[in-house]
Design a protein around this ligand. Structure first.
Ligand code: TXA
Ligand code: MG
Length: 308
């Protein structure tokens, strides 16, 4: 682990500037969540609508105590899955110092405890939590490598904390725990595992055609070219995305996994979408992806990305 880089990131963040950070899901564009200045900058860099609140990242539950109200469901899920790819929507405490710009003046906060060791080391050194939406331009594909972040922001970001490729490759699963548990966004943690731990009904409010979480706008995760799903015909020059390797290899064929492994497919999804765009294909057709486990999250992202 490069401690000098972590020190450098801290110095920039202490000055209320932004730094891109690695997480196990996707890279985040981070700033001091207690600072209006830093949070405003995040919105500006991402070109993100002000109405779309930011996820705030903490090192551990202890640090969260002064900002949010806990309940039993939260404690159960925290013990089982944190640090990890799950985000909780909780009520903010009245005297919390979280920037009003981060929450868009809401009474709730989305919180996460990322697992990536470099970012955990950084969070441990800070005396504030980090607001960090995914480090991509608003409505576009998330970044799973430092080079993706550089492609989107160039020199506009002061520093990217290098952490290699994100191991999960899909954003966290968001669960609203204020009342009856409700999944607002499918993600890197399968909902069946969440249900098992809570041992009660968990609503899934994630219809891609309806907006549940403020940021779940119809078009999202878009590579910038049209995508069609479950298509049979492939037009000339069109990129074709498969879940596994096909017998026939063609220059416009792209494979999410060698043998249809859904974890591997999740890890590769965003890099391959970016690659297809770089290779100048004008559109993408997707061959059916199994709608189970992480396949559900992959399909969710592709459906949203297809609303081009
Ligand atoms: O894995 C992740 O969650 C990554 C990494 C960097 O942590 N972050 C991420 O952030 O995906 P972002 O901003 O791209 O997506 C966060 C989603 C948005 O759709 C936003 O609307 C929703 O979380 N959100 C934020 N605050 C919320 C709140 N108080 N209530 C409901 N949804 C909220
Ligand atoms: Mg995002």
């Amino acid at each position: 682990m490069n401690l000098a880089n972590i020190k450098k990131a801290k110095k920039i963040l202490d000055n209320n500037e932004c730094v891109a950070i690695p997480t196990e899901t996707v890279y985040g564009l981070a700033g001091n969540a207690y600072s209006n200045k830093a949070c405003k900058k995040i919105f500006k860099l991402k070109k993100r609508p002000k109405s779309n609140p930011l996820i705030v990242h903490y090192h551990n539950i202890q640090n969260l105590k002064k900002d949010c109200i806990f309940n039993n469901d939260f404690i159960k899920l925290y013990k089982k899955f944190c640090p990890g790819p799950i985000t909780f929507v909780l009520y903010l405490k009245k005297n919390s110092e979280i920037s009003k710009f981060a929450t868009n003046y809401k009474k709730t906060l989305a919180v996460r405890f990322p697992k990536h060791p470099i970012t955990r080391k950084l969070l441990k050194k800070l005396d504030y939590p980090l607001a960090a939406p995914s480090a991509n331009l608003s409505s576009k594909v998330s970044a799973v490598n430092s080079s993706d972040v550089r492609d989107d922001f160039g020199k506009k970001i002061k520093f990217i904390l290098e952490g290699g490729k994100s191991s999960i490759g899909l954003e966290s699963t968001i669960v609203d725990l204020r009342n009856k548990p409700k999944i607002l966004r499918l993600g890197g943690l399968e909902t069946s595992l969440i249900k098992k731990v809570l041992n009660k009904k968990v609503l899934i409010n994630n219809n891609p055609l309806k907006i549940s979480s403020p940021g779940q706008f119809k078009l999202h995760y878009s590579p910038g070219i049209p995508i069609s799903l479950n298509a049979r015909k492939i037009k000339k020059g069109e990129a074709c995305l498969f879940i596994n390797k096909t017998k026939e290899i063609r220059s416009n064929y792209y494979f999410l996994s060698k043998n249809g492994n859904l974890k591997e497919a999740a890890r590769n999804l965003y890099s391959i979408l970016r690659k297809i765009k770089k290779n100048k294909h004008k559109s993408i057709v997707v061959k059916k992806i199994p709608n189970k486990g992480l396949g559900k999250t992959i399909n969710d992202r592709l459906i949203r990305a297809s609303k081009f």
